[in-house]
Design a protein around this ligand. Sequence first.
Ligand code: PHE
Length: 566
Amino acid sequence: MRLTVTGVVVRAARSARITTPQRVTSLSSRVFRTGCSIRTQSTQAAPQEFPHTRPHSRPAEGDLLKSQKSIQEEEPSRRAFQNRLKEEKANTVVQDGALSGANVSGTSYVFDSISNLSPSILNLTDRRLYDIPDHPICITRKLIESVFSAPFYTNHTVADPVSTTADNFDALGFPADHPGRSRTDTYYVDSKHVLRTHTSAHQAAAFSHMARTKSSGYTICADVYRRDSIDRSHFPVFHQMEGARIWHLNQPENRTRLQAMKMRKERLREDIASLEGHNLIVEDAPTFDKARNPFQIEHDEEEVRLVVQHLKRNFELLIHRIFTAATAAGVGDPSTKDEPLRVRWVEAYFPFTSPSFELEVLWQGEWLELVGSGVVQQPILSKAGMSRSIGWAWGVGIERLAMVLFGIPDIRLFWSQDPRFLSQFKRGTVTKYEPFSKFPACYKDVAFWVPATSPSAASPLNIPDGGNAGVAAAAGGDATKANPAEVQASAFHENDVMEVVRDVGGTLVEDVKLTDEFVHPKSGRKSLCYRINYRSLERTLTNDEVNALHGTVTERLVGELGVELR
Ligand code: PHE
């Protein structure tokens, strides 16, 4: 079965289809990966800084994006530690007796029993690849922004990776027991803050901004974080871009609401007609299905059809541009380069849109899922002060597009600082990536008995927002570490193995595969064997180096996950 990011099964799997850089590995994983100081830039105006949204940093002059982050009640020692963190080096875990914490993007957070950040993840939080002009992530962002540009769209980036659980989940209608909230899937800074898992975390703020400025659309680009499996298309940090377009209801005094609605539909028709054409072969999905993918009760059926049509045509245009650029750069199969590209829209589910869709593109014989989208849930717009507006939103994973666009075969390359990689790309151009070398792989196995799961650890998701005890264990178990300073064995989850390997091996690990799994017939104990492929993208690893890494991985699996080596 397949889950979207929001964890809801939409349809039976058309097996191994991959969306953006991550894919389903377990029930807790989410297929779709499309997911503060916010920088605003319109393609015509010079870039502007959006004010910081965190309460204890710079006050929000202009009040553009209001955060829902709240200042916690703190005891004096905690407060003193929190103050100390401000002076500490950014993005490093600091420990002081029983307390630990970190200064992330200028705000200090004291870890609590929910925190599960690892130093290796914190290290990546300020790289801002989307802002490095000659980097493929930034080139791809600009290409998307060129389709969704002024005057209809303002383009934003959000530097601060920390989001409140309210913004990342609650405001978007994620149910309390949603697997996406689980500590096995998400990096918690503390019980109220996560490293954002998708750019939709900024929807509420961006829509409020739109309501105040009466603007009609936005894109937001940012780094997003998910605990997940390790392979060439999965990395715990990746980039997402989110776009939205809204049509407001202009009701002049001499017109009835019905007339105003009619005028808005007319505007929508004109907007659709003004979109550029393309030569894609499109397999469409029904605009809505009353049972499976309904339109919202507040909406006019005809208008929903127009909004969905605008969304689909606009996104197809983007795909057309991206894939035309890729083909022109010589990426892909030369024998099919003159054939029109095939895409298909499929029904999807997100708590914050209805009806919802995904777009898939047939690329090198494989259907790639590229976008999650839909008509924005009206309560989200109403809460932002746009109860009389209607619109669509989409989210897309930038690495997934960039891998196609530049022919980049391994997601770790985006994080490479090697000039042999970086020097291949130039702003404003799409060039085919030329591998500079392939270094040898070094496989190491680790086999262990999974610790017996205590009933209390096995059933409730240990998610932070109160009242969740008893929630079904959709995520398959609890995370391992309460915080980096505190080590505790608890229920087992595969993502925790991945996290340890990531933390020790970083980008030196190409993939981790489960190669053997069995349950002992007598004891009922479960045994797993993982094969770790150590391979650097930049050099040949020495045996000693790999042995040392693997030794540390093994030790930490025993110490932190409570597994017993076989
Ligand atoms: N945030 C969703 C994800 O990460 C994508 C999405 C964005 C879907 C906007 C609908 C609308 O999968």
